[in-house]
Design a protein around this ligand. Structure first.
Ligand code: SP5
Ligand code: ZN
Length: 370
């Protein structure tokens, strides 16, 4: 049975949403993360993407390749300095002998030009490659290796392509982006993110003719990068539900309820922080709040920052949300308008596929139920 206005191929039990995927997203091998001075194995691993892909393919979803976009697509939301740094730092690192001569097999910053260091002095570009990294990278957990840039670019291509599918009239599309993006801001990266895939999708939707776009971010962490990119804009609403940074959780410095946007963007930013341990009911109530607020802005298209790390078993977050609740969230978000979903976090490999599939199933049924 295909209901009227439904997705092509939205037969019972089959996922008809197009999955935009490029295998270059596997080339990013961060090799762990430096946390509190020690390098751990890390959880943002290539297997995340292959696990999700297997679950979606198993549900019959069609896989499409992204179209290659030129750098203007990312420069529309990021400073050229950041993009140039990411594109060139690995080659500079190798040329500088850091892997071969010093045993430093990944790019990691060690000094940061915060106000604590500059104390009012102007920011200069430091001579040493290993000092330049801290101008752009704001933490020690977001390592760069030989394949990182190719993966980052492939991920932004996937996001832009999913947006183009929405622009061309599809009710939903999903970009299987890796690395994730919502912690990457206008001129800086961190939190396992390098360029902001969701922001690229939102801007592409605007450029494709949507007068207003709403981004709904259900990753367990606040998307400080996405918030920063659109903070003073009225045309792109950003709403996020996440574990309370005030309770001690990453990104620590952003994601508070008082952050509501500035200038023309005043009122177009909404954060709903939740206590560690929060489960389905209050989490879904927060999603409803975001949807209600986003709806008031009259979005013509929606970007879903789909992190599934609010899952009960996830090692990176203390939220306790089930796959059924993610499915319900998908249904509610689909009622806002056509949705370009973009993969963010989610680190529990055994349950990852079920959560993403559940959410996309919800997006599909929410749309067909209209
Ligand atoms: C995209 C995304 O979900 N980024 C999340 C980045 C948050 N990383 C915080 C890492 C803190 C150190 N991890 C230690 C895990 C111990 N279970
Ligand atoms: Zn997250």
């Amino acid at each position: 049975m295909r209901s009227e206005g439904g997705l092509p191929g939205a037969d019972a039990g089959r996922l008809g949403i197009q999955i935009v995927w490029h295998e270059d997203c596997l080339l990013h091998q961060p090799g762990g993360e430096v946390w509190l001075g020690t390098r751990d194995a890390g959880t943002e691993v290539p297997d995340r993407a292959t696990t999700i892909l297997a679950a979606l393919t198993g549900a019959g979803a069609p896989i499409v390749r992204p179209r290659r976009h030129d750098s203007a697509t990312v420069l529309a939301v990021h400073d050229p300095g950041l993009v140039d740094h990411l594109a060139t730092i690995w080659a500079d690192w190798e040329a500088g002998g850091y892997p071969a001569d010093y045993g430093r097999d990944r790019v990691v910053p060690y000094v940061f030009p915060t106000e604590a260091m500059l104390a009012g002095l102007p920011l200069r570009r430091p001579a040493a490659t290993h000092a330049q990294v801290g101008m752009f990278c704001y933490d020690t957990m977001t390592l760069i290796g030989p394949g990182t840039w190719e993966a980052v670019r492939a991920a932004t291509d996937c996001a832009a392509t999913a947006a183009a599918l929405i622009t061309s009239g599809r009710p939903a599309a999903y970009a299987l982006c890796r690395p994730p993006g919502h912690h990457a801001g206008p001129a800086g990266y961190g939190g396992s993110c390098y360029l902001n895939n969701a922001a690229v999708a939102a801007q592409a939707l605007r450029d494709g003719g949507a007068a207003r776009v709403a981004i709904i971010d259900i990753d367990a962490h606040h998307g400080n990068g996405t918030q920063a990119i659109f903070y003073d804009r009225a045309d792109v609403f950003y709403g996020s539900v996440h574990v309370d940074p005030g309770a001690g959780w990453f990104p620590h410095y952003a994601g508070f309820a008082a952050e509501r946007g500035s200038g023309p963007g005043a009122g177009a930013n909404r954060n709903v922080p939740l206590s560690p341990g929060t489960g389905d009911e209050p989490w879904l109530a927060a999603v409803d709040e975001l949807c209600a607020d986003a709806g008031k802005h009259g979005p013509e298209a929606v970007v879903l920052s789909l992190g599934v790390d609010a899952a009960s078993a996830d090692p990176e977050s203390p939220l306790q949300v089930t796959a059924a609740a993610y499915q319900a969230a998908g249904e509610r978000i689909a009622r806002l308008g056509p949705v370009a979903a973009v993969q963010e976090g989610g680190y529990d490999l055994p349950s990852l596929g079920e959560y993403v599939l559940g959410t996309l199933t919800g997006l599909q049924s929410g749309r067909t139920a209209q």
